[in-house]
Ligand binder design. Structure first.
Ligand SMILES: C[S@@+](CC[C@H](N)C(=O)[O-])C[C@H]1O[C@@H](n2cnc3c(N)ncnc32)[C@H](O)[C@@H]1O
Length: 180
């Protein structure tokens, strides 16, 4: 299974669907969800997406999206944001789990179960990487990952700095191509 975790400054309470950038750049989270889970006309079944929200008022909140269980999640940002908002407000949304777990504790939990790869432009080239069957990719939002967040092997998708959603698309495409 492929998994992605976006470490984000997104808010952890109510926010306006009319101002996603003002909600700790929730627009970045929404675009990452879509890049990660959508093909042109269907949800992927091979990937789980996590957003670790560290914004106010009650961080941390880990949102986990399982496309096999998601209902009425569409690729547009506003629809994804509506799902996130309702989840944060405590509504049970099919295919979305909310947990109060920190980045450090989540990593400890995952550590022995799968290959963990941190996305960094100065890491080893994606084209030289060998991926295990169960792999977790970790990347930052517009503010990036801090040095102390990176606790394992680093992978680069090129020397330019890309948007988080672009990095996810590049990785998904690389993994898809290797399976063709
Ligand atoms: C918009 S970038 C963050 C920009 C931030 N100002 C910085 O310099 O870290 C979002 C995330 O995408 C990942 N990323 C961006 N460009 C990358 C590259 N060329 N290779 C690997 N990961 C990259 C990193 O994890 C980064 O935290």
């Amino acid at each position: 299974m492929r998994e992605f975790l976006l470490k984000s400054n997104g808010v952890t309470g109510d926010f306006s669907l009319n101002d996603l950038p003002g909600a700790g750049r929730m627009d970045v989270v929404c675009r990452a969800v879509t890049a990660c889970l959508w093909l042109s006309d269907q949800l992927r079944k091979d990937t789980i997406f996590h957003a670790l929200l560290e914004g106010k008022p009650s961080p941390p909140k880990l949102l986990t999206f399982d496309p096999k269980k998601l209902k009425r999640l569409y690729p547009d940002e506003r629809n994804v944001a509506a799902h996130i908002r309702l989840s944060l407000l405590g509504r049970k949304m099919p295919g979305i789990e909310v947990n109060n777990i920190s980045f450090e504790d989540f990593l400890k939990q995952q550590n022995k179960q799968k290959q963990i790869i941190f996305l960094d432009k100065d890491g080893k080239d994606i084209r030289d990487f060998i991926f295990e069957k169960d792999v977790l990719f970790i990347l930052g939002d517009h503010k990036g990952l801090k040095k102390e967040d990176i606790k394992g092997e680093k992978m680069s998708v090129g020397k330019k700095i890309y948007l988080a959603s672009q990095v996810i698309s590049i990785i998904q495409n690389e993994l898809d191509r290797r399976e063709e």
